[in-house]
Design a protein around this ligand. Structure first.
Ligand code: PEP
Ligand code: MG
Length: 324
């Protein structure tokens, strides 16, 4: 399938009406690195660092993490890699960490909540990232930020780590960007000041959708019940785009929907300019974007909303068929 898209692999993604869309990839294991070269990805929009923790049976040492992160950055070269700090809890349980029984793990002690309560682990990971960068730019992203204060605390920890590394005589990264994943509806309604402060925002669509519709992403009975192209969800995405635009905050979308061509088209039409997806999706998504006129798609979506359709999917599919 990759070969089918080989001819457009190095073509920048510009829509027919001239919108430049960044297509980056999701990764998490060393085995994903070769895809950086052969998928046409322009970088790594989501590096799920917990995957390397999940495949082991003991807590990795800081030095091991440094080596792993170095290899990732080396493979990426000049391309940007967004390292997401440990996103454990919920469905991702570390076998070597004390397991707490929770009535509702998806709404429980997970991601940045664990990081802020277990600062030692967070610090170790931040140090490892900074040492691996060793003079290169570094991009860090905190998962599952539900309110601005959590982001501020995590960022304070980043600054502390910078000071500590400096004191210890380590070479600091050339620059450090610190972003937040928007995966709970609450963050979309944070004070505008939050959008001014954060270096970038990435929508974790898998979790955001689960909480928006209150439909468990792990539960087969409900996980496909609500359409991403539901007008309520698209309006919500549009609102997030507007809030980021007001503050000039770069915004990306890194859930599985970014890798589905029709969904990707609609996300781009709503104003998302960076889509992060599994490497195999880059070709198919790029192929539809290259042929798309986002302005006319926006019109199709607006008409469907005006009519009161529940989802814009059928209108968008029809529009696509007519495009040939
Ligand atoms: C998401 O929630 O959309 C996301 C990208 O993170 P994960 O799937 O790892 O929870
Ligand atoms: Mg998530």
């Amino acid at each position: 399938a990759q070969e089918r898209y080989a001819s457009i692999r190095d073509t920048p993604t510009v829509t027919r009406d001239g919108e430049r869309i960044n297509l980056v990839m999701n990764a998490g294991l060393m085995a994903d690195l070769p895809s950086l070269g052969n998928s046409g990805a322009e970088g790594v929009g989501l590096f799920r660092t917990e995957l390397q923790f999940l495949i082991r049976n003991q807590m990795p040492k800081r030095s091991e993490l440094v080596t792993q992160y170095q290899r990732v950055m080396d493979a990426a070269g000049d391309m940007r890699v967004v390292f997401r700090t440990l996103d454990i809890g919920s469905d991702k349980v570390l076998p070597y960490m004390k397991h707490v029984e929770e009535p509702n793990p998806a709404l429980g002690w997970r991601a940045i909540r664990v990081g802020l309560d277990k600062r030692g682990v967070m610090r170790m990971q931040l140090q490892a990232l900074m040492r691996a960068a060793n003079g290169r730019p570094l991009t860090i992203m905190f998962p599952f930020v539900a309110q601005a204060e959590e982001y501020r605390e995590a960022r304070w920890e980043v600054n502390k780590t910078i000071e500590r590394e400096k004191r210890l005589g380590h070479v600091l990264p050339e620059s450090i960007e610190v972003g937040a994943m928007l995966e709970t509806p609450s963050l979309a309604f944070a004070p505008q000041k939050f959008f001014d402060e954060v270096d970038f925002v990435s929508i974790g669509g898998n979790d955001l959708k689960q909480f928006f519709f209150a439909a468990d992403r792990e539960n087969e009975l409900v996980r496909r019940r609500y359409d991403t192209l539901n007008v309520s969800f698209l309006s919500f995405i549009e609102r997030i785009v507007e809030r980021c635009n007001i503050s000039n905050t770069p915004l990306s979308f890194c859930g599985e929907d970014a890798g589905r061509p029709v969904e990707a088209l609609c996300l781009a039409a709503m104003g998302i300019r960076t889509l992060s997806m599994r490497p195999a999706s880059i070709g198919p998504v790029k192929s539809v974007l290259l042929r798309a006129d986002l302005q006319s798609l926006r019109k199709i979506i607006a008409d469907a909303r005006h009519r009161g359709d529940q989802s814009v999917r059928s209108s968008v599919m029809e529009w696509l068929r007519n495009q040939g």
